[in-house]
Write a protein that binds this ligand. Structure first.
Ligand code: NAD
Length: 332
């Protein structure tokens, strides 16, 4: 099988590329990435072909999609605060970019297209757990772009017969996730702070809950979807319904690092979703063989990776150094 990963130099994409290079069924991996938030170093040791450029460039996509069996579309500007600061940039990369990927895919003979949407589409809908039948209520431009992503996949399935599978990722964490930039996610940020004896900033009282999924588990699901060519035009939550408070997460980080964490509480942020938990029924029905990695195991792997900090001093994404807003509790 020949596979394209858009956003393959990013956190989830590079983990997926690594997982797929170990599968004998996969003969070729092509990565498309403009390196806006990703990093070439993430895939430097892998046998993959990098098409450096933007997913809005149809000619580049045509070259990369020639003769492929499947496309895993992960390229996006993955940040809520970034989308609030510059909604058009997020729209271009995430919504228009997805449309371009689908257009070129259908002209390239309808490869299987798997794409990343996000739990942020549930937004202001307070029902728990979040099942895919709930009304969506995006609270940020980013969430709108992700809703557009999954809606376009469904539309291309119905209009052009494109075999698609849109996933709603929840909070994904693990090795390869940047810890040291303003949009860093909570787990790498807090592990890094703990390892370096710095305080952990907690917005509010820390009783908010999140449903974290280890990146290795996400890659297992994506690999299974590719190899069994799972097609489902309706969105599928990619999380296992394991809700944990941020305070409990801190205790788990203390256990994984063997270090005491120092909390610094600050005001709750406007627009922060209080609780998040996936209903995993549709995921379990489609992927009955996948068992998620326990949080403790995933945290240990992440701590090991971040402990080798010098090797992983990842530069901040382009244009982000002066942005004050932090993504850390956000739903991506
Ligand atoms: P990431 O920033 O590490 O990876 C995104 C990659 O896409 C980067 O390598 C970046 O350079 C590339 N990219 C961005 N815009 C591009 C463009 N216009 N053309 C080509 N390449 C472009 O983020 P990630 O955490 O690996 O996220 C991957 C996907 O999963 C994204 O679509 C994101 O919205 C989605 N997602 C992630 C999470 C999470 O918890 N990490 C949660 C929900 C959804």
């Amino acid at each position: 099988m020949k596979i394209v990963i858009t956003g393959g130099a990013g956190f989830i994409g590079s983990n997926l590329a690594r997982t797929l290079t170990e599968r004998r069924e996969i003969s070729q991996i092509r990565v498309i990435d403009n390196l806006s938030t990703g990093n070439k170093e993430n895939i430097a040791d892998l046998d993959v072909h990098l098409f450096e450029g933007d997913i809005q460039d149809a000619a580049l996509l045509e070259r990369a999609f020639h003769g492929v069996d499947a496309v895993v579309h992960l390229a996006a500007l993955p940040s809520v605060p970034r989308s609030v600061k510059d909604p058009l940039a997020s729209h271009h990369a995430n919504a228009t970019g997805t449309l371009q990927v689908l257009e070129v895919a259908r002209r390239a003979g309808n490869p299987h297209v798997i794409a990343a949407s996000s739990s942020s589409v549930y937004g202001a809908n307070r029902c728990l757990p979040k099942h895919e039948g709930l009304a969506t209520a995006p609270m940020s431009p980013y969430a709108v772009t992700k809703l557009a992503t999954e809606a376009y996949l469904g539309a291309y399935h119905h209009s052009f017969g494109l075999p698609v599978l849109p996933f709603r990722f929840f909070n994904v964490y693990g090795p390869g996730q940047c810890a040291d930039h303003p949009y860093a996610a909570v787990i790498p940020k807090w592990i890094n702070a703990t390892l370096n004896g710095r305080p952990l900033t907690v917005y509010g009282d820390g009783t908010q809950t999140r449903d974290f999924t280890y990146v290795g588990t996400v890659c297992q699901v994506l690999t299974d979807a590719l190899l069994r060519r799972v097609v489902e035009p309706r969105p599928v939550n990619l999380a296992f319904g394991h809700r944990i408070t941020l305070l409990s997460l801190i205790s788990e980080i203390e256990a994984a690092t063997g270090l005491r964490a120092f909390k610094e509480h600050t005001a709750r942020r406007v627009g922060d979703v209080t609780h998040s938990q996936a209903d995993e029924s549709r995921l379990r029905a489609l992927f009955p063989r996948i068992t998620p990695a326990p949080l403790q195991e995933g945290l240990r792997a992440t701590v090991n990776w971040l402990s080798r900090a010098d090797e992983h001093a990842t530069p901040a994404p382009a244009g982000s150094r002066n942005d004050a807003a932090s993504n850390q509790h956000a739903l991506f």
